[in-house]
Design a protein around this ligand. Structure first.
Ligand code: PEP
Length: 257
């Protein structure tokens, strides 16, 4: 089964809605229709930008996929400060990052919470990008594989084969996020292959063949080609370099390098 690559820009808490509009306009200007045919391109601005970007994408018929960085798992209720998945779906959000390591480490999200969010995103007909990955300490102690396996098994627990085949898992070693350190292409491939093997064991061969696995952690125009040439890496989740439209476009256009 051929899996269409997916390259996603996670803007974290950067870019107000004016800056977001400029960045998406510039990205759209840089990308050609061939790029969208070859790669699914998604941007994940802060919540406050989403309505503006939705309007821009619709007005200019852009093929950029709109994403969010997080959501709650409940549809409504007394959850001050939270955003429901249905609210995002109404804004034509297509992809939601779930369980980013910053959410897990800084905001205490557990595998159980991540699993509820994954299910809520799918129930609202959006695609989860579920993140997993180890700390440097866990890697040095030889615990990286076991941690990632647990995150994948628990995060995707209770989903049908079909659901798993259609979602995205992002393997992001925490020590590589925002640090300028990238996993070697071999190490990134080894863990992405491990993720696929865990999916095969838990959900079957069809789910494993369909699930798209991104690598994330200091992806730049200079390292994307080698990463994308690996068998089990189907895309990238890009933080810092996605804030700049030129750099992000160069990453999306890795085929031309
Ligand atoms: C991320 O935000 O998920 C990420 C991988 O960030 P960076 O590309 O800056 O390392």
């Amino acid at each position: 089964m051929s899996r269409k690559p997916i390259i996603s820009g996670n803007w974290k808490m950067h870019h107000n809605h004016f800056e977001a509009i400029q960045t998406v306009q510039k990205l759209h200007y840089r990308l050609e229709s061939d790029d969208y045919e070859a790669v699914d391109v998604t941007v994940h601005p802060p919540f406050t930008d989403i309505r503006s970007i939705q309007t821009l994408i619709e007005a200019d018929k852009m093929k950029i996929g709109l994403g969010a960085q997080n959501c709650h798992w409940e549809e409504k209720g007394a959850f001050t400060g939270e955003v429901a998945p249905g609210m995002l779906a109404k804004l034509d959000v297509q992809y939601v990052i779930v369980g980013h390591s910053e959410r897990r480490e800084l905001f205490g999200e557990t595998d159980e919470v991540v699993n509820k969010k994954v299910k809520a995103v799918i129930a609202n007909k959006m695609t989860p990008i579920m993140c997993c990955g180890e700390t440097l300490e866990e890697r040095e102690q030889g615990e990286a594989e076991a941690k990632v396996e647990r995150q994948v098994r628990e995060g995707l627990a209770g989903l049908s084969k079909q659901m798993v085949a259609n979602l995205v898992v992002a393997y992001e070693p925490i020590w590589a996020i925002g640090t300028g350190k990238t996993a070697t292409a071999e190490d990134a491939e080894a863990m992405c292959a491990k993720v696929r093997a865990v999916v095969a064991d838990a959900h079957g061969a069809d789910a494993a063949a369909g699930v798209r696995i991104q690598y994330g952690g200091s992806v730049k125009p200079g390292n994307i080609v080698e990463l994308m040439s690996q068998t089990d890496i189907d895309g990238a989740l890009v933080g810092g370099a996605s804030l700049d439209a030129d750099q992000f476009a160069a990453i999306v256009q890795y085929r031309n390098h």
